[in-house]
Design a protein around this ligand. Structure first.
Ligand SMILES: [Cu+2]
Length: 119
């Protein structure tokens, strides 16, 4: 009876330890590169090219915009850049993001096919 108890406790302890080790490992991976998605308004393939190009600044390793979801996914190094700064860059080329609105002047200069609906 006692042996079983000890065995059970050991197993639980082992399980918890493993979990902590896994979490620590995950955390260190996240610090190197982080993946995040945020809303970016746009229409066509031209928008996609423009948005992704604008988002690929230093510290960003990957930028991919989904026109259906109106969502930009970026892989970046949080030590080098913040997502706010990436959003600003995207807004600068005429595309509204979750946090930053593009300048009207820049928006008005977009080709007609790229003039997405604004709120
Ligand atoms: Cu477009």
């Amino acid at each position: 009876m006692n042996t079983i108890k000890i065995l059970a406790i050991s197993l639980i302890a082992l399980f918890i330890n493993n979990n902590i080790a896994a979490q620590t490992h995950d955390h260190s991976q996240h610090q190197a590169t982080k993946t995040e998605s945020f809303k970016v308004a746009g229409n066509c393939d031209m928008c996609k090219t423009r948005i992704e190009k604008a988002a690929k600044v230093e510290g960003v390793t990957k930028a991919s915009w989904d026109s259906e979801k109106q969502l930009l996914t970026v892989m970046y190094n949080p030590e080098k850049i913040k997502t706010d700064d990436i959003q600003k860059k995207v807004a600068e080329v005429g595309h509204d993001t979750e946090k930053f609105k593009a300048d009207d002047k820049v928006y008005n200069k977009l080709p007609s096919c790229c003039k997405y609906q604004r709120n």
